[in-house]
Design a protein around this ligand. Structure first.
Ligand SMILES: NC(=O)c1ccc[n+]([C@@H]2O[C@H](COP(=O)([O-])OP(=O)(O)OC[C@H]3O[C@@H](n4cnc5c(N)ncnc54)[C@H](O)[C@@H]3O)[C@@H](O)[C@H]2O)c1
Ligand SMILES: [Zn+2]
Ligand SMILES: [Zn+2]
Length: 336
C-alpha cells in the first residue's frame, strides 16, 4: 500500500509499505481523510523531540473499518474517526482520571504510524463511530475541533461576554466557532495573514489585521475601551503574550492554548494587579471528542470552512510545502 512517510528534515515521500494486519483488539482502517496539523509540520521540519523516521504521520483522520480482530461494538464497514491519544493508565494523572494529560502520553501518527496512508491499524478503544450522514472529510476535523471544545470548556466563558483570540490558525478559528456557539458576544480574532483572516471573517468572526495596526488599540476601539472577558492566546509568540495581558479586564481570564518552544516573558505584575486568571489547556478528554463529533453531526458549526485544500496522497509533498506558507493555506486534508 502507499504511505506518505517522513524520512528527514523536509523529506516526506510516498513509499510502498506492507499493508498492516490487525492484531488482537485492533481494527484495520481504510483511511478516507487525514489533516496536516502544526505538529506534523514540526516533525516535517525535523523539530519534534519524539518522532522517529521513517514515520507515517497523521493523527487527525477518519476512515472505514476494513477488518477487525475484536468482539467490540464495531463492525466491518463502520465509519469512524480516531481519537489518537494513548495514555499509560499508570501515572498519577491517569489514576486521577485525567488521561489526556498523561505523563507518558503517546499519539498515533507521532509515536506510531498514523493516517497518511491507505490503511492503518488502530486499537479499537481509540475508535469513535460516526453516523454515515456525516461526511468522512468533515469528520477528519474532529480532533482539532475537540481541542477547541476542550479549550472553551476549560475557560470560564459566559453567555454575552467578549472574547479575543490571538492567532487565526485552524485552532484559533475553531475556538472562535465554539465560543460563538457558547454565546460569546463579540469574538475578535487577530492574525497577520489576510488569507486566514478572510476565512475567519466568513465564519462570522470579527477580524483584526495584526500587521497593519496595533491589535490592542484596534479591538478596544470597537469595544469603546471596554476590556475583554476571556482572551485565548493561539499564536505562540511574544507579541501576543504581551497583547493578552493588555487586553484582559480586571479578574478576566487568559487561556494559553499555544505550545511554546521557548520561555516567553509575561507581565505577571500587571496580572497580579488586576487579579487575572491564567489557564492552560492540553488536548481533549474523551467527552470533548464525542462532543466535537456531535456538534459537527448536528451542523452547529461549519468546520469545513477551515479546509483550504484537499490532495490525494500522491501529492503529500505539495501539501507539506504549501503548509509552510500560512498566507496560502489553512487546514490541508490528505485523502488517500
Ligand atoms: N493545547 C493543545 O492541546 C494544542 C493543540 C493543538 C495545537 N496547539 C497549539 O496551538 C497553536 C495554534 O495551532 P494552529 O494549528 O492553529 O497553528 P498555526 O501556526 O496555524 O496558527 C498560528 C497563527 O498565528 C498567526 N500569527 C503569527 N503572528 C501573529 C501575530 N502577531 N498576531 C496574531 N496572529 C499571529 C499565524 O499567522 C498563524 O495563522 C500552536 O502553538 C499549536 O502548537 C495546542
Ligand atoms: Zn493535530
Ligand atoms: Zn498516564
Amino acid at each position: 500500500m502507499k504511505a506518505g512517510q517522513y524520512f528527514s528534515k523536509e523529506d516526506v515521500r510516498i513509499t510502498q509499505v506492507e499493508k498492516p494486519f490487525p492484531k488482537k483488539d485492533e481494527a484495520l482502517i481504510k483511511v478516507s481523510s487525514a489533516g496536516i496539523c502544526g505538529t506534523d509540520m514540526m516533525i516535517y521540519l525535523g523539530k519534534h523531540p519524539r518522532a522517529e523516521a521513517p514515520l507515517t504521520m497523521g493523527h487527525e483522520f477518519s476512515g472505514v473499518i476494513e477488518a477487525i480482530e475484536d468482539t467490540s461494538e464495531f463492525s466491518v464497514g463502520d465509519h469512524v474517526v480516531v481519537e489518537p491519544t494513548i495514555s499509560c493508565g499508570k501515572c498519577p494523572a491517569c489514576k486521577a482520571g485525567q488521561t489526556h494529560v498523561c505523563q507518558n502520553l503517546k499519539l498515533i501518527g507521532i509515536d506510531m504510524d498514523g493516517g497518511f496512508a491507505e490503511f492503518v491499524c488502530v486499537p479499537t478503544h481509540r475508535l469513535r463511530k460516526i453516523p454515515k450522514e456525516l461526511s468522512l472529510s468533515t469528520a477528519s476535523l474532529a480532533e482539532p475541533l475537540a481541542v477547541a471544545v476542550h479549550t472553551v470548556r476549560r475557560s470560564s466563558l459566559k453567555v454575552g461576554e467578549n472574547v479575543a483570540i490571538l492567532g487565526a490558525g485552524p485552532i484559533g478559528i475553531l475556538i472562535g466557532m465554539v465560543a460563538k456557539l457558547n454565546g460569546a458576544k463579540n469574538v475578535f480574532i487577530s492574525d497577520i495573514s489576510p488569507y486566514r483572516l478572510e476565512i475567519a471573517k466568513q465564519s462570522g468572526l470579527h477580524t483584526i489585521h495584526a500587521g497593519n495596526k496595533d491589535t490592542v488599540d484596534e479591538i478596544l476601539s470597537y469595544t469603546e475601551g471596554e476590556l475583554i472577558d476571556v482572551v485565548f492566546e493561539v499564536a505562540g509568540i511574544q507579541s501576543t503574550i504581551d497583547q493578552m495581558v493588555k487586553l484582559i479586564k480586571t479578574q478576566g481570564e487568559i487561556v494559553v492554548v499555544s505550545v511554546f518552544k521557548s520561555k516567553p516573558m509575561i507581565d505577571l505584575a500587571s496580572m497580579h494587579f488586576n487579579e487575572i486568571s491564567l489557564t492552560t489547556t492540553r488536548c481533549y478528554s474523551n467527552d470533548d471528542f464525542i462532543t466535537a463529533i456531535d456538534i459537527m453531526t448536528e451542523g452547529k458549526v461549519d468546520v469545513t470552512a477551515v479546509v483550504s485544500h484537499q490532495f490525494p496522497i500522491e501529492e503529500i509533498k505539495k501539501g507539506f510545502s504549501l503548509m509552510k506558507d500560512s498566507d496560502q493555506s489553512l487546514k490541508i486534508l490528505i485523502e488517500p
